[in-house]
Design a protein around this ligand. Structure first.
Ligand SMILES: C[S@@+](CC[C@H](N)C(=O)[O-])C[C@H]1O[C@@H](n2cnc3c(N)ncnc32)[C@H](O)[C@@H]1O
Length: 198
């Protein structure tokens, strides 16, 4: 794999076709604890409209939905999203769309964007485009929550640290850093879009 290119949709479809839950999202205690920490890190009890980038098979989506009036969960993998739609069929306020972010993105504004375990699949150039796009999709005062695995994974263009550190460079004039948590295996950072015009 070429680290100067984002991982393509075919990479993820092949993974889900080999194993419907390749990261054991539905069964792993580690994921369950991380998901609980992710939801607990949200500063507000309720959000009007959340965007989840890389929603996968919908395990975290379901949990996120309990704190939101509306959730749009996007993913590049149809094989993953078919499972997510099935998993979330009792939560009609969750919508789904197949999108290759940041090159495809929804025509709406959100007060929460969740990026959990997806940023290191982008090459650095796409990460920069994604940051700008997220900033534009987030309403002033809206929250952006990042959660990523830290050890380097072979074949991934970036590491979790590189993704989070790159968002910190955005902080001074566009987003305010509200919270940082570091676990031995993952890192969580919460940002708020500043209200001023830039
Ligand atoms: C490791 S899973 C993370 C799932 C979920 N967010 C979580 O934390 O449990 C990463 C997901 O991101 C999706 N993905 C990768 N690149 C993407 C992109 N450019 N746009 C949208 N989704 C993407 C993959 O298809 C995969 O389902």
């Amino acid at each position: 794999m070429n680290p100067s290119q984002s991982l393509p949709p075919s990479y993820f479809d092949a993974l889900y076709q080999t194993d419907p839950d390749p990261w054991k999202f539905a069964t792993s205690d580690y994921e369950a604890e991380k998901y609980a920490a992710t939801i607990a890190a949200l500063p507000k009890p309720n959000y009007r409209s959340a965007l989840e980038i890389g929603g996968s098979i919908g395990v975290l989506t379901q949990k996120l939905a309990t704190s939101c009036d509306s959730v749009l969960s996007i993913d590049v993998s149809k094989a993953a999203q078919v499972q997510a739609i099935q998993r979330c069929q009792q939560t009609p306020h969750v919508r789904f769309a197949l999108m290759n972010f940041p090159h495809e993105y929804p025509p709406e504004i959100f007060d929460l964007i969740l990026v959990s375990e997806v940023g290191y699949y982008w090459c650095y150039e796409d990460l920069r485009i994604a940051q700008q796009r997220m900033f534009e999709l987030l309403e002033p005062g809206g929250h952006l929550l990042l959660v990523h695995w830290l050890p380097r994974s072979p074949g991934y263009p970036l590491t979790g640290h590189e993704v989070h550190d790159s968002f910190l460079e955005f902080v001074p004039n566009k987003i305010r850093h509200l919270q940082a948590q570091q676990n031995p295996k993952y890192r969580l950072d919460l940002f708020e879009r500043m209200s001023e015009k830039y």
